[in-house]
Structures are given as structure tokens and as C-alpha cells.
Design a protein around this ligand. Structure first.
Ligand SMILES: [Zn+2]
Length: 425
């Protein structure tokens, strides 16, 4: 420890390291933003120890999939009554039309939308966001008091002439994110007391989906992610309509492309399935499948053998669209990687990852609560390539933390005090 190192301790009734069992009256010692010790408090807190009292101290939450550009929406874009019943699959192509119309008509600047979304995420415990970056998204949108952002530059490509410009936009995005990190580092060197902060923004790539990105660009973006060693996220196996589009080139998604003048014959090969994309993604160190609602048995088995590809389950969005049951449990049991996301306010009421956890808690047995906590923290950090430095309260990791008041009357039981009474049905 250098002579200028800033050390302090925090204690709470329950500390949840996630990588090990909860500690009653736990204390974490933090030196220059990193965890130096995690243990049980012996005796009473001294004047260098902040006592948070009857709270659960957790690692900061990790939201692996968000579209913060929709932070201005008070409720999802659609017909909640039809969707909330969960009885039918909400017409996805219609919903995309609403998203496009909303983007066209809004007046708020993207910088403000992203800023507001990040603040909402921060206030509900999220410390890292996997954000889908669209339009004129820039690293400067991310403040120091925001969650850190893995910024997946979204590409859309319906016509061959869009391929080269879209690839160039993605390259520029990675370069801008790198330049922002270099600028932060040089500032840290010029200011010796500046704590050793991690990058605020990490550049990443996102071909939107198989039906909205022509094969040549899709493959080029995977190659770019491999060359630049950055994560890549794509929406895959999200709807039955997508499966039909890949296999036959027909259905609601083809109709939608025709309606908006972006369908051309012979550009989208048929006879394809999500597995073809999984095989291409397997060569990346970290790739993310947003949703994966309709992965078949063979695809789930492939994911079990390739944990470098993570499925991002967005529970409330999944429910909103009324999809078939999600295979997240089966994937986890088989050894596949799963993490959580909120998606956007276009299909979800808020950007609180903890609300996703509480939603899942209603549908899972109380014994699975440690797993739910792990999904929201350590598994998310690993998914984004940040598992070595954050996601759990372990010595050497960054002190990314969040605390939640305990449920009164349940303080002696760590998971009951954190989640409240068992809710599973
Ligand atoms: Zn999405």
C-alpha cells in the first residue's frame, strides 16, 4: 500500500460476496477502490468503518442488455393488456414498427436519453451496463458517476450498399471508445491523486439480428470483433417469426421489410437456423445472444459446449411478448452461460435489474435465490469479460457495491432478509 492509499471499511448486517456464502456482520476493507479484505466484524466498528446497519451489501448489479435510448418511455410500446396476459405471442414485427416510429418522432437528444437511463440504472444498483449504442451515441455520454458501459455499436444492413459504411461506423466506434479510455488514463497520470479508475466505456459490436443484417456484414463484424478482441452481441432466436425467416425467407419479418421498402429478393439465404450463427460466434472470446427464446435442443447442447457464448435472458420483456417458456434453467444445468438484462423501456417498465431478479424470484423456488443473485452479478460480469475485476466481493476486485434494506423481521436468514418471504408458486 502506498503512503497516499485511501483505506476505509464498510460493515453491514449481511455481506453477500456471491463467490462465497453470506457473512453476518460482514466487513469489507477497501484500499484505493479495490477490496483488500472481506471478513466478519469482530467487536464494534471503529472510526474508519462505516456501519450501514440493517442492509444487505452486494456486488454491484450487471445489466448485460439494455437499450437506454428508450429511457423517455413511461411504459412499453404496445398493447399491454394483450401482452400482459402471456397467453399469446405479441406480434413482434408490429412492435418493431412502433419502435421505428417512436425513434423518428422523439425530440429529446440521445445524449440526454442515455444519461437518464444510466442514472436510473445507477440508482437501482447497476454498476455495469451492456448498452446497445445507436445513432450518434458517443463515449462522452457516460459520466464518472454513471455505471460503466460496455457499448455495443448496433449495425443495421438491409441493402448491399450499406455494408461498407456500416462496417466503417463500427470501426470508428471502437476507435472512439479506445481514445476516450486513453484520455482518461492520461488524465489519471497528470493527476497523481486520481484513483486508478477502470475504463468508463468499453467498445463492442452488435449486428442487430439475422433478419436485419445481411450475411456479408454479419460475418465481417464477427471477424472485426475477433481481430479487435471485443465482445459482440446479437439478437438471436428471439421469435418464431425469425426462425421462419431464416428457414424459408417468409413470414411477418419478410412482410415488414417489404412494407418499409427494404426487401430485395435473393439477399437473405434460406435454409438457415440460429445454430449457424452460434457456430460463427464460437470463435469469439465473449459473445452475447440477446433473448434466445426459441433455441432448440441441439442449439442448447451447442451452448453447453461453448460457454464463451452467453444467453441474455430478459425476464420481464420475455413475459411482455408472451413467449414460450425460456430455457434458462436447462441451459444453466447443462453448463451453458446465462446472464440477465432489462432490454429497453420499449418492452419493459424500467431499467432496474433488481426488479428482474424479484420477478424471477416469484417463479423460482427459494433455494434458487443464491443462483438468482449470481446471475445478476458475477455471471453478468463474466459475460461482459469483466469477471476478473468485478461481479463479486473478493480480495483484489473493484469495490463495486450496492446495498438493499433488509426485510424487517427476517434479519437472521440472509436470503429471506434480502428477497423477503418466499414467493414461489
Ligand atoms: Zn435488445
Amino acid at each position: 500500500m502506498s503512503s497516499t492509499a485511501a483505506m476505509f471499511r464498510v460493515t453491514a448486517r449481511w455481506v453477500f460476496p456471491v463467490s462465497s456464502p453470506p457473512i453476518e456482520n460482514g466487513v469489507i476493507e477497501i484500499v484505493d477502490g479495490r477490496i483488500a479484505d472481506v471478513r466478519q466484524l469482530r467487536g464494534t466498528a471503529d472510526d474508519r468503518t462505516l456501519d450501514l446497519g440493517a442492509v444487505a451489501l452486494l456486488p454491484g448489479l450487471v445489466n448485460c442488455h439494455a437499450h437506454l435510448e428508450f429511457s423517455d418511455l413511461a411504459s412499453p410500446l404496445g398493447e399491454p393488456a394483450a401482452a400482459a396476459s402471456g397467453a399469446v405471442e405479441y406480434p413482434f414485427a408490429d412492435w418493431i414498427g412502433r419502435v421505428v416510429a417512436h425513434r423518428r418522432n422523439r425530440v429529446t437528444a440521445l445524449s440526454e436519453l442515455v444519461h437518464n437511463g444510466l442514472q436510473e440504472a445507477m440508482n437501482s444498483g447497476t454498476r455495469i451496463v451492456g448498452e446497445i449504442a445507436t445513432g450518434d451515441w458517443a463515449p462522452e455520454f457516460v459520466d464518472w458517476d454513471s455505471p460503466r458501459v460496455v457499448a455495443f455499436r448496433e449495425s443495421l444492413c438491409f441493402l448491399p450498399e450499406q455494408t461498407t459504411p456500416q462496417l466503417e461506423l463500427s470501426r470508428q466506434h471502437l476507435a472512439r471508445c479506445r481514445a476516450a479510455v486513453a484520455e482518461d488514463r492520461s488524465r489519471a497520470i497528470r493527476t497523481p491523486d486520481w484513483p486508478a479508475m477502470p475504463p468508463r466505456v468499453i467498445g463492442a459490436l452488435s449486428p442487430h439480428a439475422p433478419y436485419s443484417v445481411l450475411p456479408e456484414l454479419f460475418e465481417s463484424l464477427i471477424q472485426l470483433a475477433a481481430d479487435e478482441q471485443v465482445p459482440l452481441c446479437t439478437h438471436l432466436a428471439e421469435t418464431r417469426a425469425e426462425l421462419e425467416f431464416l428457414q424459408h425467407g417468409t413470414g411477418p419479418l419478410r412482410d415488414m421489410l417489404s412494407r418499409i421498402g427494404l426487401w430485395r429478393d435473393n439477399l437473405h439465404p434460406t435454409g438457415r437456423r440460429p445454430l449457424d450463427f452460434l457456430k460463427s460466434l464460437a470463435r469469439l472470446e465473449h459473445s452475447l445472444i440477446a433473448h434466445g427464446n426459441y433455441l432448440d435442443q441441439e442449439e442448447c447442447s451447442f451452448l453447453a459446449e461453448h460457454p464463451q457464448i452467453s444467453v441474455i435472458y430478459c425476464p420481464r420483456t420475455h413475459h411482455y411478448f408472451g413467449h414460450a417458456p425460456h430455457p434458462w434453467r436447462e441451459l444453466l444445468v447443462s453448463g451453458a452461460s446465462v446472464a440477465l438484462g432489462t432490454d429497453g423501456r420499449s418492452s419493459n417498465p424500467d431499467y432496474s435489474l433488481w426488479n428482474e431478479v424479484l420477478w424471477l424470484d416469484r417463479m423460482t423456488a427459494a433455494r434458487e435465490r443464491p443462483l438468482l443473485l449470481e446471475l445478476a452479478t458475477l455471471r453478468g460480469a463474466r459475460t461482459l469479460g469483466l469477471g476478473v475485476e468485478t461481479g463479486s466481493l473478493e480480495v483484489g476486485k473493484r469495490a463495486d457495491t450496492y446495498f438493499i434494506p433488509l426485510t424487517p423481521g427476517a434479519e437472521s436468514d440472509p436470503f429471506r432478509s434480502l428477497f423477503g418471504p418466499a414467493q414461489s408458486r
